[in-house]
Design a protein around this ligand. Structure first.
Ligand SMILES: Nc1nc2c(ncn2[C@@H]2O[C@H](COP(=O)(O)OP(=O)(O)OP(=O)(O)O)[C@@H](O)[C@H]2O)c(=O)[nH]1
Length: 700
């Protein structure tokens, strides 16, 4: 497949996976599996298609998350992985290195400075999730890769051959890392769900407790106001007694900041504590009127106990308060109201005191804060408009975002129409997740180190016996039958057995070959000797041929010339040999030639005597040393011996004669070998023409 087309195909798969196959992890965090196709493209097709796929895959992530930084991180990841793979680093380790050294720092900066994630804990969770996402994907790629058919790999892409130890390391790491990652993610999610449920349960109980205690607190004070109103109507006390009763009530019910009694016209006629009322009495009469206050006109109108929304006090002080009032009704006539101002901070008494891990917010029916625990940064009486961040931070539990942070919460309303929020710091849950993710990372790291040590040892135990066997094989040492390592395996032993068999066959073959070569060599030597002999020996007569003679006689000729030693060269020719052949046939002719050679052998016995069949029925003789007369005598003897030697054929005796030309040197040695031969040849011709069976000689 063309590189660009494969980049587009893998990119399209990555895009679709990132858009439609997203696994939710926690809150709004999820695993994006599209990167699988990008990394798979890198390991099967090479860098350029993987970069194309990376851009398309990141487009999918950008569409789903709105985060453009995926482009940078993904492209960097591909480049770094490509480089580290070339350096023969295992894919999973390469990815771990990328995330530790580059991916995590960049993602951290993006989270903190560009996305301004509100809490450190959440930033850590996002960060670790990104790294786990990357490692999970690379683990899946490493797992799938061995099953990919060879045709999926690009021919242009040269893959590096990994060491066996690296291969085993990769396989064992993946087989440990991938399941533990998946199990850890599933367990983390389910335990986070459980934790959320537990916190939710706890907050619900707390909120209900708060509702109960607030309701009873308020009810207690409403009852107090009602009973005071009854007493005042019933006993019609004088002014002093009324004031004393009011002050007693105020001091008995600590929740009331101040209390007052207003007459039917809404004018304050009594107040407690005394110091506060004294201030009221200083005010002009018009400012002591409370007809505009809901606790007056509602109580008057409904003729029932009334509890106000929260508001800021006036006259008696400016503290935020909730007013409780009861009408004074005597025989159905409205005689005024009695009112108590509940001090808002007093609700603190109803708050949870267990280590302040939880908080309380109480709002009235107007959503004004009646009470908010310290540390939330909320002002009493301010409006409470929380932002829901549930999806970002948790799976199901609702989350509020305040200026001080994110809080898990449970909400209940009270009978008074108040809203009670029990809050817990969201970092509890995120911290729990962070801890899980950190544990997972540390576990993966430890598994990697253990895996590294373990697999190096294992691969050594696998390869060492093999190396030993191969070394023995290469050094032609006999492979031992018993394994020399206790860590050997059946496969290695099978190799040992087969190599041993092969080695024995080879050795046998070598032995046979050696013997065969030795036999052939001696045959060859004999043949060479024969050939050598044949090249200098006449086949028929077994004496020198012309070549052999010239090679041997030449030396003797030169030596004799140099030493001026007497020398005779003779040339012989069988007379009328054609006739012999014609009469008796060539076989008989050959016998005659052999007979002449035998006679030569008989006459010339010295090592310095050279003779040869010169060609056809012609022979030559070279004699050195002694004197030329003796040479001639010996030649004459030869001539006679041949003449006397009858060759028997079919009961008949054939007699042969030879003509000889003899040329001797005894004083003047200034002559070449060829001239010598030529002289002898001429003298032979002379013998022939002078009647044959004779010697013609000359001397120089
Ligand atoms: N049988 C046999 N005949 C040979 C061999 N070599 C040469 N001849 C014969 O020797 C004969 C030589 O004949 P010629 O050169 O005419 O001389 P010649 O008959 O000996 O007569 P002269 O030399 O003049 O006495 C030829 O018929 C050759 O065929 C050989 O090796 N074996």
């Amino acid at each position: 497949m063309n590189q660009y087309i494969s980049g587009l195909v893998y990119g399209a798969l990555a895009l679709i996976a990132n858009l439609y196959f997203v696994l939710p992890v926690y809150g709004n965090l999820s695993l994006h599996l599209g990167e699988f196709f990008v990394i798979f493209c890198l390991v099967t097709r090479g860098l350029s298609p993987a970069l194309m796929a990376s851009i398309l895959g990141s487009l999918g992530l950008y569409i789903t998350t709105g985060n453009p930084w995926f482009f940078a991180v993904s492209i960097l990841e591909i480049l770094v992985l490509h480089y580290l793979l070339k350096k023969e680093i295992v894919l999973l380790v390469a990815d771990l290195l990328f995330w530790l050294l580059i991916g995590l720092p960049i993602t951290y900066l993006v989270i903190v400075f560009i996305y301004e994630v509100s809490t450190q804990d959440f930033a850590h969770v996002v960060l670790l999730k990104q790294a786990l996402n990357g490692i999970l994907i690379v683990s899946i790629v490493s797992l799938v890769r061995p099953f990919a058919p060879a045709s999926w790999y690009s021919k242009n892409y040269t893959r590096t051959t990994l060491k066996l130890s690296s291969r085993i390391f990769e396989v064992s790491l993946i087989s440990i890392a991938l399941p533990s990652l998946i199990v850890a993610l599933i367990l983390s999610d389910s335990s986070a769900d459980n934790a959320e449920k537990q916190i939710s349960q706890l907050l619900k109980i707390k909120a209900e407790n708060h509702v109960d205690s607030i309701e009873s607190h308020v009810q207690h004070h409403r009852d107090a106001i009602d009973s005071l109103a009854l007493l005042l109507v019933e006993f019609q006390l004088d002014e002093t007694k009324t004031r004393e009763l009011l002050e007693k009530w105020n001091s008995t019910y600590e929740g009331f900041l101040t209390m007052l009694i207003a007459d039917a016209s809404g004018s304050i006629i009594h107040g407690s504590p005394k110091t506060a009322f004294d201030k009221i009495t200083q005010l002009p009469a018009s400012e002591r009127i409370v007809t505009d206050r809901s606790y007056f006109y509602v109580a008057k109108k409904t003729e029932q106990n009334f509890i106000s929304t929260a508001f800021k006090g006036r006259g008696f002080g400016h503290a935020p308060i909730v007013a409780i009032s009861s009408p004074l009704l005597r025989n159905g006539d409205f005689k005024g109201i009695v009112q108590g101002s509940l001090d808002l901070p007093q609700f603190d008494g109803s708050d949870n005191k267990e280590g302040r891990v939880s908080y309380l917010i109480v709002t009235d029916s107007n959503n004004s804060i009646v009470y908010a625990s310290d540390g939330l940064g909320l002002e009493n009486l301010s409006r409470f408009e929380p932002v829901d961040e549930t999806i970002t931070f948790t799976n199901t539990l609702p989350v509020l975002t305040l200026s001080t942070g994110n809080y898990l919460y449970h909400f209940e309303d009270s009978k008074q129409g108040w809203n009670i929020y029990a809050l817990a710091d969201a970092s509890q849950l995120i911290g729990f997740y962070k801890q899980n993710f950190y544990r997972l990372m540390v576990a993966l790291f430890l598994i990697s180190i253990l895996g590294l040590v373990f697999t190096r040892r294992l691969s050594k135990q696998i390869t060492d016996p093999l190396v030993g066997i191969v070394k023995s094989f290469a050094a032609h040492k006999v492979i031992v039958q018993e394994p020399n390592s206790i860590y050997t395996s059946k496969e290695v032993e099978s190799v040992r057995y087969q190599l041993r068999e092969a080695q024995q066959l080879t050795l046998e073959y070598q032995e046979n070959l050696k013997e065969e070569v030795a036999a052939k060599t001696s045959e060859l030597i004999a043949m060479n000797e024969r050939l050598e002999k044949m090249s200098v020996e006449d086949e028929l007569t077994k004496i020198y041929n012309r070549r052999g003679f010239e090679a041997a006689a030449n030396e003797a000729f030169k030596l004799a010339c140099r030493n001026r030693t007497a020398l005779t060269f003779a040339m012989l020719d069988i007379d009328h040999f054609k006739r012999v052949n014609d009469t008796w046939g060539h076989v008989v002719g050959d016998e005659c030639i052999v007979m002449v050679a035998k006679e030569l052998k008989k006459v010339f016995l010295r090592e310095t005597d050279f003779y040869a069949r010169y060609g056809g029925e012609e022979f030559v003789v070279l004699l050195t040393g002694g004197n030329t007369d003796k040479h001639c005598r010996m030649l004459e003897q030869l001539r006679k011996d041949i003449e006397n030697h009858k060759v028997a054929v079919d009961g008949e005796n054939i007699s042969l004669t030879v003509s000889i030309g003899v040329f001797s040197l005894k004083e003047d040695f200034n002559i070449s070998y060829h001239q010598l031969v030529s002289k002898a040849d001429k003298l032979l011709y002379q013998s022939k023409t002078e009647g044959r069976n004779r010697i013609s000689s000359d001397c120089q």
